[in-house]
Every structure is written in structure tokens, then in C-alpha cells.
Design a protein around this ligand. Structure first.
Ligand code: AR6
Length: 181
């Protein structure tokens, strides 16, 4: 599914493995310690190779990690991208612990990082909706609102935001949030 914005910009939803989709920056769903993990984080490190963790080791030594709602950047190793933005989504604790704002903040931070580097195509997974337990029906509108706001703003460099959703149920939830009936 695809939604067009002024200036030919696009928001796309696809089902797939984010490590196989070309982008200028691939967003990872990481954790605050930047130590790697399962889910999309594991897949990105496996496909990207050991250089990603070497760079994260240096960042961790300098900063101690990455706060929830923020992101850090590495190069992309063997992935079909230039950069990986390692974003830390919130753990879902019922929805009244600022989860939506932290999830939105993750997306906004990554998109700002893309602008700083003059990037055109950014891909996101469904951050926080796996191990971190954020219900996808609640996460999808938050993620999409951040993406739409970015594409609607004039003068931004990012031309295409792709949500690469690992299974059909996640895709369907994003599609419903993008085109509510
Ligand atoms: N491509 C796209 N999406 C994927 C892929 C893939 N290859 N693999 C899984 N997903 P999760 P979180 C989907 O758990 O909830 C890690 O251990 C998955 O189906 O990866 O933010 C980190 O180190 C789900 O829809 O991330 C953290 O500790 C979505 O990606 C913690 O998990 C996010 O699921 C972060 O948890």
C-alpha cells in the first residue's frame, strides 16, 4: 500500500524482511544498552555483520547507551543501506506511561537524523510491537502520524518512508491505520 504526498513524496507499507529492502537508512528496534538482541535487532546484526556491534561498542563506551525514545547511528555493514539508526522504543506498560510520546519521539529522531545526512529513503520496522509488547493497533497510528507529519513538511529531504512489516497481521494493522474506513 502506498500514500502519496505533495512533491512526489511517498509513504509505503510492505510485508517483508527489513534486511532485504534497500534504503538509505534502515531503522533498528534496539534496546538502551545497544547490546543486540532477538527480533529485528538480531536479524539486522546477522545480516549487517560484526562492524555494527563494533561501532555500537564505541558509542556505548562514550555515552553508556541510548535512552528510550532516542536513536544512535552506525554504518550498515553488509546491509543494503548506508546507515542503521538504532532506535529504542518504549516497553509497553499499559499505555499510561508516556509510551505513545516515546514511540513518536523514536520516529521523529530517526527522521531528523536522516535529514541531517540528506537521506531520501528511510525504512522502519514496527518498533516496540514485538518483545516490547506494544499492541500493534495502538502503535501503528503513532508511527504513521510521525511519518506523515515529516512527509507533509515542505523542504524536507526524505522522499520516501517505508514500513517493512514482518507479518500480514502487522501489515493489516498499519494499513487500517493509514486508510481508516
Ligand atoms: N524485518 C522486519 N521486521 C521484523 C524482522 C525483520 N527481519 N524481524 C522481526 N520483525 P522486536 P521491539 C518485527 O521484538 O518490540 C530485541 O531483542 C517483529 O515481528 O524486534 O521493539 C531488542 O534488542 C515485530 O513486528 O522489537 C530489544 O531488546 C517488530 O519487528 C527488543 O527486542 C518489532 O519486534 C525490542 O523490542
Amino acid at each position: 500500500m502506498e500514500k502519496r504526498f505533495p512533491g512526489g513524496k511517498r509513504l509505503r507499507l510492505v510485508v517483508g524482511d527489513i534486511t532485504r529492502v534497500h534504503a538509505d537508512a534502515i531503522v533498528n528496534a534496539a534496546n538502551s544498552s545497544l547490546a543486540g538482541g532477538g527480533g529485528v535487532d538480531g536479524a539486522i546484526h546477522r545480516a549487517g555483520g560484526p562492524s555494527l556491534m563494533r561501532e555500537l561498542d564505541r558509542i556505548r563506551a562514550q555515552t553508556g547507551g541510548c535512552p528510550t525514545g532516542s536513536a544512535v547511528v552506525t554504518t550498515a555493514g553488509n546491509l543494503p543501506a548506508r546507515f542503521v539508526f538504532h532506535a529504542v522504543g518504549p516497553v509497553y506498560r499499559g499505555g499510561r506511561h508516556n509510551e505513545a510520546e516515546l514511540l513518536a519521539c523514536c520516529h521523529r529522531t530517526c527522521l531528523s537524523m536522516a535529514e541531517e545526512r540528506d537521506l531520501r529513503v528511510v525504512s522502519f520496522p514496527a518498533i516496540s510491537t514485538g518483545v516490547y509488547g506494544y499492541p500493534v493497533e495502538a502503535a501503528a497510528p503513532v508511527a504513521l502520524a510521525a511519518a506523515r507529519a515529516h512527509l507533509e513538511r515542505e523542504g524536507n529531504c526524505v522522499q520516501e518512508i517505508v514500513f517493512v512489516l514482518y507479518d500480514q497481521a502487522t501489515y493489516d494493522a498499519f494499513a487500517r491505520a493509514l486508510e481508516p474506513r
